[in-house]
Write a protein that binds this ligand. Structure first.
Ligand SMILES: C[S@@+](CC[C@H](N)C(=O)[O-])C[C@H]1O[C@@H](n2cnc3c(N)ncnc32)[C@H](O)[C@@H]1O
Length: 221
């Protein structure tokens, strides 16, 4: 959220006002009252530096666009970007700021038809500031499955959290065929943030039917 020792400029103040107002009305969806700091945005840029050279870079939950701005400033070609935001007002704000070609209003819990419609076939990396902790298990799994269905081998899904552990529980990830790794802690941010990276295992642990049964059990936990 805030980078320690930085003075917000006028542009960031208007983003702050917008996010603050939306957060007050939809706290679970917006999940933050301030845009990500430069330090967080830079860590996301580092996280995609090792992504395959070809394929789409997907950003989920762009908000007012601090991570998007950093990705573009890092020189990633805009043709490779697909920036997703579900909130109508934020999506309109992002389109004014970055252009219609890279911004899409879509729900990250139902990406498959969206990727299909946009003809996104190969995903090189996913960065997410989604409030994924607030999603149910079915929605968490849907976000990951839809992204990894089209992900290049070794592609990473980088997710931010302000809690110590992985926001998607590691035992659930294992069950769904993914593994988690703590990528970076950003201490010069308030609150301190951590980026986690999720990757698909080469061998899925069990068939779809069995996994759905497992998921049903987990949902009734
Ligand atoms: C914590 S904010 C992060 C905003 C911005 N990326 C930043 O770093 O400042 C989470 C964002 O995810 C968006 N979001 C929440 N649920 C979503 C969903 N299901 N699909 C797409 N975006 C979603 C919210 O509208 C909000 O803009």
């Amino acid at each position: 959220m805030l980078c320690l020792g930085k003075t917000p400029d006028i542009v960031i103040m208007s983003d702050l006002t917008l996010l603050w107002r939306l957060w007050l009305t939809k706290p679970r969806q917006i999940a933050t009252w301030a845009p990500s700091s430069d330090a967080v945005a830079a860590a996301f840029v580092d996280a995609i530096a090792t992504a395959p050279d070809e394929g789409t870079i997907v950003e989920l939950g762009a908000g007012t666009g601090p991570v998007t701005a950093a990705i573009l400033a890092a020189g990633i070609a805009r043709e490779r970007l697909c920036i997703v935001e579900s909130d109508a007002e934020l999506a309109a704000h992002l389109r004014r700021r970055f252009g219609r070609d890279v911004i899409a209003r879509a729900d990250a819990r139902a990406l498959e038809p969206f990727f299909e419609a946009r003809r996104i076939e190969r995903i090189a990396a996913i960065v997410s500031t989604l409030p994924i902790l607030n999603f149910g298990l079915t929605a968490q799994r849907a976000v990951l499955d839809d992204c990894f269905e089209r992900a290049a081998p070794g592609a990473a899904f980088t997710q931010i959290t302000y809690l110590p552990g992985s926001p998607v529980r590691q035992r659930h990830l294992r069950l769904w065929g993914y593994r988690a790794e703590r990528y970076r802690r950003i201490a010069n941010n308030w609150p301190p943030a951590t980026l986690w990276q999720y990757r698909a295992n080469e061998i899925k642990p069990c068939g779809d039917r069995y996994r759905d049964i497992c998921l049903g059990r987990l949902n009734s936990d």
